[in-house]
Design a protein around this ligand. Structure first.
Ligand code: HEM
Length: 150
């Protein structure tokens, strides 16, 4: 006659697998999230860009730069760019950053103000600090190109 203990071990092993497997799979899935997914995908990026654009419009030191701009095109281009640089399923098709900003007379103060508005938009849209700082880091890398034709 088999002992009671002989059937307990397989039972416990199965139970452990049932409990641990979803946690393990969930953990892996989380690690594989792209930055784009962590920003909330398409609706998340659209909300971030809208929040950011309203902040630019409210900033008297910045809004004047957009006096002759097509804001719908700016919004569409920025959404595409943020999607592309956050490893989302987009290709940026707008003008290169040096030409898009050439001869505007931009200073580092302007650049920093715009990045600060993006930071605040990300905070307000509930983007956690990890993905927030990752995106800001990638935007900071555009500084050289944006400032190169001033
Ligand atoms: C990380 C910083 C920045 C990023 C990622 C960025 C991104 C962009 C993008 C994607 C466009 C759209 C290009 C197009 O489709 O025509 C654009 C245009 C523009 N940006 Fe920036 N930009 C940055 C910094 C700045 C700063 C510092 C200013 C001024 C204070 C500025 C002012 C403008 C203006 C006025 C346009 C519209 C140009 C036009 O109407 O053709 N940008 N920017």
């Amino acid at each position: 006659m088999p002992s009671r203990h002989a059937s307990t071990l397989p039972f416990l092993t199965t139970l452990l697998l049932i409990v641990m497997l979803p946690l393990w799979v969930g953990g892996c899935a989380q690690r594989q999230d792209t930055l784009y997914q962590q920003l909330g995908g398409e609706p998340g990026v659209a909300a971030i860009v809208e929040d950011f654009t309203l902040r630019l419009a409210d900033d008297p030191d910045i809004v004047g730069f957009f006096a002759n701009s097509n804001i719908d095109r700016f919004v569409a281009s920025l959404e595409e760019q943020l999607c592309a640089i956050s490893d989302g399923p987009c290709v940026y098709t707008g003008p290169p950053m040096d030409r898009a900003h050439q001869h505007m007379g931009l200073t580092d103060a302007h650049f920093n103000a715009v990045v600060a508005h993006m930071q605040q938009a990300l905070i307000d849209q509930g983007v956690p600090s990890g993905p927030r700082n990752q995106l800001l880091g990638r935007l900071a890398q555009l500084h050289g190109e944006i400032m190169s034709l001033q």
